[in-house]
Write a protein that binds this ligand. Structure first.
Ligand code: GDD
Ligand code: MN
Length: 368
């Protein structure tokens, strides 16, 4: 055997894939023989108990191994555990159900050997495709999910579960903390991959078993994206969340005011109630999302601080607006600047005083 030949491990997360495993092994064997790559197959199984482990054992192939995991069942963590397990030069991650064509492995390996940080099997580049019977809903779903990934990485197919990476790139990564399915995004952010190269693939339908991508997993995807935004953008991500919450608070304020004016007088009371309601709304959402790292701290103290900061923010808004009043013909301009400065004040007070935290790190999840 040539000692300088690149060694590759194909890491495959599996859960109840007993029918697919022999087919996968056959296809990978073909690639192995044709390409001459030093290629191993590592199946990371979450204790399927469907005969998968026995099937692998019965094959008796030295280059095929199955690891049975019993804790923390999760596609992403199964892959991460598999990667920590491999000591070879390059790894490829793919599904067990043959949605991903193993025949593309040599090309992907060559790309990362040639300097790409990650090579991604993509459905959405020239030459890529998906099996035809994708319904509209699945298509829409995939497009929306792709949209959420855009601030994280400019990729044609960020949802892909088929990719290659050098082990050294993986080992330079840290703070792994994925939830759910999208291990590729996690690796790209945490390993700071810059050069991503697409490899067009045809994404096939699975023949046996069924997809494990449930609605619950899709919600986890949103949670995962949020964690990655915070990791990548730090305070900016808190600001964006704060602004989104603020906009929702505006909608609450206007809706409440409209309703109150219809059912309850006097009008001054309605205005005050609508403001109070939107403040509580903003507080609850900011505590839950924008500044979730400070959720462990005393809620009453935070609430009083938040209301006080908003009030001071309103005063800041007032004086800035009046201060600029004479400088503009259209009075909406100083009013708008007043709102922006007041909002900036509110954010700074919230982020650095009321919901302060010495270390803003993404919430970590226990591995076991
Ligand atoms: N170990 C482990 N644990 N493996 C799992 C788990 C789990 O909890 N859940 C799923 N898997 C394995 C499956 O056995 C399969 O090999 C692979 O992960 C993908 O699961 P599927 O259920 O086939 O996913 P899919 O077809 O809906 O999603 C695929 O397409 C997406 C793009 O639309 C996957 O390739 C995704 O990675 C890809 O993003
Ligand atoms: Mn699948």
């Amino acid at each position: 055997m040539n000692p300088t030949r690149t060694s590759v491990t194909v890491v495959v997360p599996t859960y109840r894939e007993v029918e697919n495993i022999p087919l996968l092994v056959e296809r990978v064997r073909g690639v192995r023989e044709q390409s001459g790559l030093d290629l191993n197959l590592l199946l990371m199984d979450d204790d399927s108990r469907d005969g998968s482990a026995e099937a692998v054992q019965a094959l008796g192939l030295p280059w095929v191994q199955m690891v049975t995991r019993t804790a923390n069942r999760s596609l992403s963590w199964a892959v991460l555990d598999g990667l920590k397990h491999t000591k070879r030069d390059v790894f490829v991650v793919m599904d067990a159900d043959l949605s991903h064509p193993p025949e593309k492995i040599p090309e992907m390996v060559a790309l990362v050997e040639g300097g790409a940080d990650v090579a991604i099997g993509s459905r959405f580049v020239e030459g890529g495709s998906t099996a035809d019977d994708w319904g509209f809903l699945r298509w829409l779903n995939s497009r929306v999910a792709t949209l959420f990934a855009m601030p994280l990485a400019r990729l044609s197919d960020p949802m892909s579960g088929f990719f290659a990476m050098r082990r050294s790139t993986f080992e330079a990564g840290r703070d792994f903390n994925p939830v759910g399915y999208k291990i590729l995004l996690e690796l790209i952010i945490k390993c700071r991959c810059v050069r991503a190269v697409d490899v067009p693939i045809h994404f096939d339908n699975r023949r046996f078993g069924k997809s494990k991508l449930s609605f619950k997993e899709q919600l986890k995807y949103l949670q995962h994206c949020r964690r990655l935004y915070i990791y990548k953008y730090g305070t900016w991500s808190h600001l964006v969340q704060f602004l989104v919450v603020g906009l929702s608070g505006l909608a609450v304020n206007l809706t409440a005011l409209t309703l109150l004016l219809r059912v309850l007088g006097p009008q001054k009371l309605d205005v005050a109630l609508a403001i109070a309601l939107s403040m509580v709304w903003n507080f609850v959402l900011n505590r839950r999302f924008s500044f979730s790292y400070a959720r462990g701290q005393a809620v009453v103290r935070q609430f009083i601080g938040f209301v006080a900061a908003c009030s001071v923010g309103a005063v800041v808004n007032y004086f800035v607006t009046l201060g600029l009043w004479g400088a503009f013909e259209h009075k909406q301009v100083p009013a708008l600047i007043g709102v922006l400065v007041g909002t900036g004040f509110n954010f700074a007070a919230s982020r650095f005083v009321i919901f302060r935290s010495k270390h803003v790190r993404p919430e970590t999840q226990a591995i076991g």
